[in-house]
Write a protein that binds this ligand. Structure first.
Ligand SMILES: [Zn+2]
Length: 618
């Protein structure tokens, strides 16, 4: 099957006299000598016999029977697995086009797909220019009707009308064009956005647009985008201005997913609407700015933080939905193994004073963990007070302060006052400078419990960085009780999970022998409608918990290197590294090896799975 496609393309290239038989033989010889499975076409390109563009043009000029899916794979736009996943979706969705599905699932961009359609059917691919639109031709029907059929009549070519189609395979469009222009027309392909924006320009002249007179519809569009994001449990909404479209994407389970593209014409109105909603300056278009939206939906008030960022094609807007997570997660559900959780509670969280540091990069779930901790330790007889930027969830019976530098309510100012509030527990959203580190350490020294977060790779890195912030090693060793490093990994979708066998490369990267992973049950989702064909649904955290026992304290006082501190922690406090906790979760099918390589650092060689399981207590 696969060779057949390559052969067809090769014969096409030979017919076009782009390559010779001799060159093909040479390329085949090379292919037989190399170990990796490189495509013959790629070898021909590497040898500079032919360019990608020449191949595509040659194919467009020749009749052939190549399927669009095979072309996509052959040209390296998508993998075979993605094609199969898309074909499966196509089966279960009535009447959807393969291209539509591929774009929707983020497998390929609309532009790339169009590029290949052009090759497959030899269609002319155009960027419509309204200057070229033949007034007489377009007056044959109403703009409304063209919009309905997603077509744009352009001009006469060799006595035949040339019509741009958003989808030349759509029966409705073809039938519509036939009704208006008869059956003899030339099909060209243009993007959906380009067709709509040209139709708008023809209808209203080049300045005005369809919805300018209808502010209600702009409001409805923005509202429905935010509502969809809430329903799909997205954490952020991105509005991205590009040269030819205004794209909207959602961040779901940490990954950006395509939601919808809008024509450029409505970008200014959508932007203005969001500025009004977030009390930003509507006239300011040349400076970055921020704002907030309080959004009522289904009886809940959602708090959205908005950022406008000036870019070459206009302002990019990001809306972060602050309280869009299913309430607070109980500490027992944040993803710690029972043994780890027990130690964390006994040796860190439930002791009345000392600093508990949660570390990790942005988006690693630190804030969620801190909130679970607050929720766990709060009780009527103690006072908990927070300084956060911003407050992301409201926790009942806790005094929370949202830092707001724009009115000079800064971290520094807040922390100066927080200790005078007679608290038992102080939550500092993030240690970001020497001043906040100093406040945390001194509050702990005077008997307070301090919960805070820090941006570092791993647990030991957190300690080292504190000391690099001019906090004395003695203070660090006598106040910090626990450093918890974490990452969020996507969970395998349990509806479409399948067993996965580690490849030699996986083993090599983990420095494992096949015996090290015997009896493990790795898994991978093959993709289904529940997980939007990603194979993943939801996320779990993996942890590395460093409890500062006397040996570790000694090592800090003696300014040992992070490598030595790590070794001491592993030997004396049973520290499991982030990688080991992640391997443990992957080996029981909760997450995948792919996720581990994507998110978790490998600082030292992990121990065998049997050993990790023994240390985890199961
Ligand atoms: Zn699934």
């Amino acid at each position: 099957m696969k060779n057949d496609i390559t052969d067809q393309i090769i014969s096409c290239l030979i017919k076009e006299k782009l390559i010779t038989d001799e060159q093909v033989r040479h390329a085949k010889k090379i292919k037989s000598k190399i170990v990796s499975s490189k495509r013959l076409l790629d070898i021909l390109k590497d040898l500079k016999y032919v360019t990608d563009k020449q191949i595509k043009t040659a194919l467009a000029h020749h009749k052939h029977s190549l399927k669009i899916g095979d072309l996509l794979v052959e040209f390296g736009y998508i993998t075979n697995e993605k094609l199969e996943a898309a074909l499966r979706i196509q089966k279960s969705s009535k009447g959807k086009r393969l291209g539509e599905i591929l774009v929707e699932q983020n497998f390929i961009t609309e532009d790339d797909f169009r590029d290949l359609l052009y090759i497959q059917f030899g269609f002319l691919h155009i960027e419509p220019d309204i200057q070229e639109v033949d007034k007489e031709l377009i007056s044959k029907a109403s703009i409304k009707l063209y919009r309905h059929y997603s077509i744009l009549p352009m001009y006469q070519q060799k006595g035949k009308p040339l019509i741009a189609f958003a989808d030349p395979f759509d029966e409705k469009s073809l039938k519509g064009a036939t009704e208006i222009f008869g059956s003899d027309f030339i099909i060209a392909v243009a993007s959906h956005n380009a067709i709509f924006s040209s139709l708008n320009k023809v209808e209203h002249g080049s300045k005005t647009t369809i919805i300018k007179e209808d502010p209600d519809s702009v409001q409805a569009i923005v509202d429905s985008i935010i509502q969809s994001a809430i329903l799909e449990e997205a954490s952020d909404i991105h509005f991205e201005p590009f040269k030819n479209k205004f794209a909207v994407r959602f961040r779901q389970d940490g990954i950006l997913v395509h939601y919808k593209d809008f024509p450029l014409e409505i970008r200014p109105m959508l932007t203005s609407r969001i500025k009004i909603m977030s009390s930003a300056n509507i006239a300011e278009k040349r400076m970055h700015q921020g704002g907030r939206i309080s959004f009522d939906f289904n009886g809940t008030e959602y708090d959205l933080r908005v950022s406008f960022y000036v870019s070459v094609f206009g302002e990019k807007i990001v809306l972060r939905i602050l309280n869009n997570m299913n309430q607070l997660i109980g500490i027992e559900h944040i993803g710690m193994s029972p043994k780890l959780l027990k130690r964390f509670l006994q040796d860190a969280l439930e002791i009345p004073s000392g600093v508990v540091l949660v570390t990790g990069p942005t988006g690693s779930g630190k804030t969620t963990t801190v909130y679970s901790c607050i929720n766990h330790i709060k009780k009527p007889e103690i006072s908990i007070i927070t300084a956060e930027e911003p407050v992301e969830y409201i926790v009942k019976d806790v005094i929370q302060c949202s830092i707001n530098p724009s009115i000079n309510l800064t971290y520094k100012e807040t922390l100066r006052h927080i200790v005078r509030q007679d608290p038992d527990v102080i939550v500092i959203g993030e240690i970001r400078d020497t001043y906040s580190a100093d406040v945390a350490v001194h509050a702990a020294l005077t008997g307070h419990k301090v919960l805070t977060t820090f941006h570092t790779e791993d647990s030991i890195g957190g300690l080292i960085r504190l000391m690099n912030m001019d906090i004395d090693a003695f203070l660090v060793s006598s106040t910090v009780v626990c450093v918890l490093a974490q990452r969020l990994l996507r969970k395998v979708c349990d509806k479409c999970a399948e067993p996965y066998h580690l490849t030699p490369e996986d083993l090599y990267r983990l420095e494992y022998t096949p015996a090290d992973v015997a009896k493990s049950q790795f898994a991978k989702g093959k993709g289904c409608s529940r997980c939007r064909y990603t194979g993943y649904k939801g996320r779990t955290a993996v942890f590395e918990m460093l409890i500062l026992n006397e040996f570790v304290r000694d090592a800090i006082l003696n300014k040992k290197s992070s490598y030595e501190i790590r070794k001491i922690s592993i030997e004396t406090s049973g520290l499991l590294t982030l990688l080991e906790d992640a391997i443990h979760k992957a080996s029981s099918g909760i997450t995948t090896i792919e996720e581990i390589f994507r998110c978790v650092p490998k600082l030292i060689k992990p121990r065998s799975i049997q050993e990790i399981k023994r240390l985890q207590g199961n």
